[in-house]
Design a protein around this ligand. Structure first.
Ligand code: FMN
Length: 186
């Protein structure tokens, strides 16, 4: 039987929310990144890593890549959660900034929009976000993207949806030879 490991890293809880939806939709073992040393990768056929975006980078991805090393015989799936809405341009940029071209031949990447949670954010991150927000707020002649970002990050919001995981669940079902996600309830 094919077995799936899902390693995740979460700071303000958005990625964990997606992990809960994914583990409801598909049978997998979930492990927070700080417990990764207790895991034997040899026991799994598919390894998923999920984390939030931080200034364009997928949190902890470098460390995760080091851990999985050259597990070319495994299927590797990566997902990121971020405040930005899903768009092809954003996906291309995330891929370009986080993966080498040859890595994308063996890794399948998915992006899920989440939100911003100031209440659960650490002081350092909160200061960065508030400063960036002030910079944008007082900037003259903002571009459309800057104007949208400024409005979006001024307060907490949550645009997460279990709908967004469907393409990833479909892909995993293909690997497991099961029906697609729209034929099952997630
Ligand atoms: C300091 C900081 C930087 C962020 N940078 C980005 C970013 O570059 N792109 C994005 O879409 N979201 C960004 N976000 C939003 C987070 O990616 C989003 O809230 C994510 O779901 C957090 O996941 P977590 O709660 O599981 O850690 C940022 C949030 C913080 C606090």
């Amino acid at each position: 039987m094919i077995s799936i490991l899902l390693v995740y890293r979460t700071t303000t809880g958005f990625t964990k929310k997606y992990v809960d939806w994914i583990s409801k939709a598909i049978d997998c073992q979930t492990v927070p990144f700080d417990q990764i040393n207790n895991v034997d990768f040899n026991n799994y056929d598919i390894i998923i890593y999920g984390a939030g975006m931080h200034a364009g980078l997928i949190q902890g991805l470098k460390e995760f890549k080091k851990k999985v090393g050259n597990l070319v015989s495994k299927k590797i799936v990566i997902f990121a959660t971020g405040g930005a809405p899903y768009s092809e341009a954003i996906i291309s940029k995330i891929k370009k900034d986080n993966f080498l071209e040859n890595e994308l031949n063996i890794i399948n990447f998915f992006y899920f929009q989440s939100g911003i949670n100031y209440e659960k954010m650490g002081l350092f991150d909160k200061t960065i976000m508030k400063t960036y927000n002030k910079v944008l707020e007082f900037k003259n002649n903002k571009s459309d993207i800057e104007d949208g970002t400024s409005k979006a990050i001024s307060k907490s919001y949550d645009h997460s949806s279990s709908e967004y995981i469907k393409p990833m669940i479909d892909y995993l079902h293909q690997l497991l030879n099961k029906p697609s996600a729209d034929k099952i309830k997630i």
